[in-house]
Design a protein around this ligand. Structure first.
Ligand code: ZN
Ligand code: ZN
Ligand code: ZN
Ligand code: ZN
Ligand code: ZN
Ligand code: ZN
Ligand code: ZN
Length: 547
């Protein structure tokens, strides 16, 4: 055992955390503390809390009442940082005016008018002072007219931004007034109004999205800094936050969408048929060419020329058909079918590899149980070897690298194909870049296969020394594949996608630890803006952090 020298300690550690590591990566100390986006799960219950956090920040900074803060935030799509930036850049007046927020100089806390009676400008009736309402913009109408206006707007689905009734007034009405007036006549509509306001936090917010699970888990996910990321909801679904389909990095969302469509379409098969068959000019059935002769005949009895598809007689030699000449057409036709064939083979090349890796991924996922059993056998042995966390960690490394590898094929298909970036690179540039990329991809592939192979061994029957050998192999290959994945992502981000001039493609960054699991939202958040201010999760459960 001397060979393993200094690492003796951790090999023989009796630390038993490894097992849970299979289901719960956070337990794996080797991954260190989580960095990056810190995604949050917003449940129906915590939606209010989440919204409050942002409202509070704006209310406190600008000394605003809640409904004004909400109007601002809805207008600026819940982007607090942008709202603050506009405040600094253009000033308060402009910030408010753009969003339709009006704040009277003389704050009239009680919005109802106290004078005895007044005439409503809408229905032209004389109404008692207690029956009219004055909005923040100063416009005053009778409660009946306001209520009617609000009900119409809510029914039209405009709850989030109901404007004042006065001609050319763009002020947004106070939600408290709306709620009060509407609930008197239409309580269920008032509830709907509240739900719309609440859900605006998700629907109008670039950084918050509903989890795409079916059936829907009821959760939304909030990301902190980067919308190009992959995340796991508390319901277990992993997805690309940006396009809401399955996690697909290092493929960009656009490439992924195209790829899915391409795989789904039968256009490729249709292409295959057009390459290998031609419709009979009489009955239109596809006819396959048989042998080298360019005169083909359909089962209906019609003879035709394979090169141009035209109906002909049956008299022919090897090089010509009696009474038929189509040489001019020949070359072009052949080129076209050659190109279709080449495109098809190219697609098949990438698709086969993509498919092979996805299949391996599925198979390896099934390995999980077998490996668990093998580890259990090892653990039950009376051996000095106690800690087998390297097995589960290695297996996770295999899963992650395999995923990255399989999605790197559709990426390469589009990156180096003619569909997307024809004008971005010369053929020479493309060739150089493709070589560079394929070198990395192949290295990764080779090491992923090696790692996969190690786990196929019947290691539950191994001697201690063999186990030690296997452990070293797994550890080494894990480091190598992790590094290679990281390098491949870097190459894609900087040398390939980053070098594009006319198009912009983003990919979720490489996560060595795997897809980030969103955590339940419970109070305080860490944003760039208040990172420096002490922010303890414990002290501030409902209000979140303030500036
Ligand atoms: Zn009226
Ligand atoms: Zn008004
Ligand atoms: Zn979910
Ligand atoms: Zn995506
Ligand atoms: Zn026919
Ligand atoms: Zn013939
Ligand atoms: Zn012909």
């Amino acid at each position: 055992m001397e060979d393993y020298g200094s690492s003796d300690e951790d090999i023989y550690s009796s630390d038993q955390e490894s097992y849970d590591g299979l289901e719960n990566e956070e337990a794996d100390s080797q991954w260190g503390s989580s960095t990056g986006n810190s995604c949050k799960v917003i449940t129906r219950e915590s939606l209010l809390v989440a919204q409050r956090e942002d409202l509070r920040r704006v209310m406190d900074l600008l000394s605003l009442r809640e409904h004004h803060a909400r109007t601002l935030l809805i207008h600026y799509r819940w982007d607090v940082e942008r709202l603050f930036a506009i405040l600094v850049e253009k000033g308060k007046t402009c910030l408010f005016a753009e969003a339709g927020v009006t704040i009277l100089e003389e704050v009239d806390v009680d919005s109802s008018v106290s004078s005895s009676t007044m005439m409503c400008g809408i229905c032209m009736e004389e109404v008692a002072g207690s029956e009219v309402t004055k909005m923040d913009c100063g416009h005053c109408f009778c409660n009946d007219c306001w209520t009617e206006h609000f009900i119409v707007k809510i029914k039209e689905g405009q709850s989030k931004r109901i404007r004042c009734m006065a001609h050319k007034c763009f002020a947004i009405c106070d939600e408290a007034v709306i709620r009060k007036l509407v609930s008197k006549r239409h309580p269920d509509l008032a509830e709907k109004f509240d739900r719309f306001l609440l859900e605006s936090y998700i629907e109008d917010n670039k950084m918050v999205k509903w989890c795409p699970s079916i059936p829907h888990c009821g959760n939304a996910i909030r990301v902190e800094t980067d919308e190009f990321c992959e995340v796991e909801c508390s319901c277990g679904l992993q997805f690309c936050f940006s396009c809401l389909s399955e996690a697909h990095s290092p493929c960009s969302c656009w490439m992924w969408e195209l790829w899915i469509k391409k795989c789904r379409d039968e256009s490729e098969t249709v292409n295959w048929i057009t390459v290998h068959t031609k419709p009979c000019p009489k009955c239109h059935k596809p006819v396959e060419k048989n042998g080298g002769c360019n005169l083909v005949s359909c089962i209906c009895g019609q003879a035709f020329c394979w090169l141009c598809g035209g109906a002909t007689g049956r008299d022919h030699t090897w090089s010509s058909i009696a009474g038929h000449s189509c040489g001019r057409y020949k070359e072009d036709q052949e080129k076209k079918s050659e190109r279709a064939k080449r495109d098809l083979y190219r697609y098949m090349h990438y698709h086969n590899r993509y498919k092979a890796h996805t299949d391996s991924f599925t198979q390896e996922s099934r390995l999980r149980e077998t490996i668990k059993e093998k580890v259990a056998i090892l653990e039950s042995r009376d051996s000095r070897l106690r800690d087998f966390s390297w097995v589960t960690n290695g297996l996770y490394r295999l899963f992650r690298s395999r995923r990255a590898l399989s999605f790197s094929y559709p990426f390469a298909f589009y990156m180096f194909g003619d569909d997307l970036f024809k004008d971005e690179m010369t053929n020479e540039e493309k060739e150089i870049k493709q070589h560079l990329f394929e070198d990395q991809q192949q290295q990764l592939e080779a090491n992923v296969e090696k790692l996969s192979k190690v786990f196929e061994d019947p290691f539950d029957g191994f001697e201690e020394t063999e186990i030690m050998d296997m452990r070293m192999q797994v550890l080494n290959l894990s480091v190598v594949t992790d590094t290679l994945c990281k390098k491949m992502y870097e190459c894609i981000e900087t040398d390939l996608l980053g070098a594009l001039q006319f198009s912009s493609h983003n990919i979720a960054p490489y996560q060595s630890k795997g897809i980030e699991r969103a955590t339940e939202l419970n109070g305080g958040r860490n944003t760039k803006a208040n990172n420096n201010i002490t922010c303890q999760k414990s002290h501030d459960q409902t209000n979140g952090c303030t500036l």
